[in-house]
Design a protein around this ligand. Structure first.
Ligand code: ATP
Ligand code: MG
Length: 366
């Protein structure tokens, strides 16, 4: 039996969500529905899915329904919010992990690009004193930030690449030198980089933290006015245990930084020639389950894709390739991150955010 679009509209109408439908494909009794919900909370999405399934079962019982539910991030009035205490910088988001090498820096770089693509003004502070990655990931290894006079004060001008403002400890010190830094000193240097830089107006300043949850991290997260944290993990048990510690660090009473969510990186491998095959090399849904267990939002999963690694190595984050699966994956994570911020009622991005059009490469190359 073949259903008509009108029958589908009628079901949606009854649920009061007719205008949430973006697309409907009907082939016989196979129905594929794309719904965009303005209500992003995970449980709301689940509720919507259940309501739709029930309504179709009742009204179009033969239908074989496939639902694609996505969420439109609603921007709210920025005046409601607490926000970062740094003038001009609305949100400071720390990207952390317990374990090293799980993809914090890659996530930071690509999240920055995706947020910029959404129209936000974005900066990245590379706080990894052990091994700064942003100069490579944004192809700015040789850049040296210069100083500018702002209201009679000398400020550091961040380097700019693909529309993102970047400062890295790697621009100021040799990596070998940086390695001997201790917690308070590192925190002081970072604080200076944050406060003495001329960031201009930013919706988001992402901080790519070094791996771990030691003294250095505690000093940094205590001294820097962080709005929220994103914790990155791979699905294997050993990384999850460290991610849990990472979340715990932000939730300590003395720190009390809201955890915006967990990102599962390297969630599965898909060979290019077999795009429907997913190999869960490190185990399946580990980070998703952890997020559920500790009641922290799950922001999304990123597959292992060769182009992500290659793009990182050549200094052109993969999310710049708009229209690719990788860009979509990061876009989704960026949306969920913004949404998580919105739900925590912290600084909301302004509605007048101007889309950044200058996606040129590094601005201050020597
Ligand atoms: N989803 C992915 N697919 C393929 N390669 C990835 C992916 N995520 C990260 N990588 C690669 O894995 C390596 C480690 O990633 P990255 O440097 O971002 O991790 P990190 O957590 O920042 O490490 P560290 O703890 O040393 O700071 C890099 O070579 C990066 O390109
Ligand atoms: Mg890193």
């Amino acid at each position: 039996m073949a259903y008509t679009r009108d029958q589908i509209y009628q079901v949606l109408e009854e649920l009061g969500i007719r205008n949430w439908m973006r697309n409907a494909q009907v082939v016989g009794n196979d129905i594929i529905l794309d719904i965009v919900s303005p209500s992003p909370a995970m449980h709301e999405r689940k509720r919507l899915e259940i309501a739709l399934k029930n309504a179709f079962k009742e009204n179009l019982p033969e239908a074989n329904l496939t639902l694609n539910i996505s969420v439109e991030v609603e921007e709210k009035n920025p005046n409601e919010i607490k926000g970062s205490e740094l003038p001009g910088v609305k949100n400071i988001i720390a990207v952390a992990s317990g374990k090293g090498g799980v993809g914090k820096s890659t996530v930071s770089a690509n999240l920055a690009i995706s947020l910029a693509n959404m129209g936000f003004k974005v900066g990245v502070l590379d706080a990894d004193i052990y091994g700064p990655s942003m100069p490579i990931m944004f192809d700015c290894q040789d850049a040296r930030p210069y100083s500018v006079e702002v209201n009679g004060k000398t400020k550091i001008k961040p380097v700019e690449a693909y529309g993102i403002k970047i400062l890295s400890i790697g621009f100021f010190a040799d990596t070998d030198q940086a390695i001997v830094w201790r917690g308070p000193m590192a925190a002081k240097a970072l604080n200076q980089m944050i406060r003495d830089a001329h960031w201009g107006d930013l919706d988001f300043l992402l901080i790519d933290l070094p791996p771990g949850t030691g003294d250095i991290h505690l000093s940094i997260v205590q001294q820097v006015p962080i709005t929220g944290a994103v914790v990155v993990s791979t699905p294997q048990t050993i990384a999850l245990a460290d991610a849990r510690k990472g979340v715990g660090m932000f939730q300590m009473e003395a720190i009390n930084v809201p955890v915006l969510g967990i990102v599962e990186n390297m969630a599965y491998f898909t060979p290019e020639e077999l795009p429907n095959n997913k190999y869960y090399i490190f185990g399946q849904n580990g980070a998703k389950h952890l997020a559920e267990q500790i009641s922290v939002p799950f922001l999304g999963e990123i597959p292992i894709v060769q182009s992500i690694r290659e793009a990182a190595d050549v200094g052109r984050p993969a999310a710049l390739q708009e229209g690719t699966i990788v860009a979509e994956v990061y876009k989704n994570i960026a949306r969920n991150t913004v949404q998580s911020l919105v739900e925590r009622n912290t600084t909301l991005p302004p509605t007048e955010a101007v889309r950044i059009t200058t996606m040129a490469g590094c601005s201050a190359k020597n």
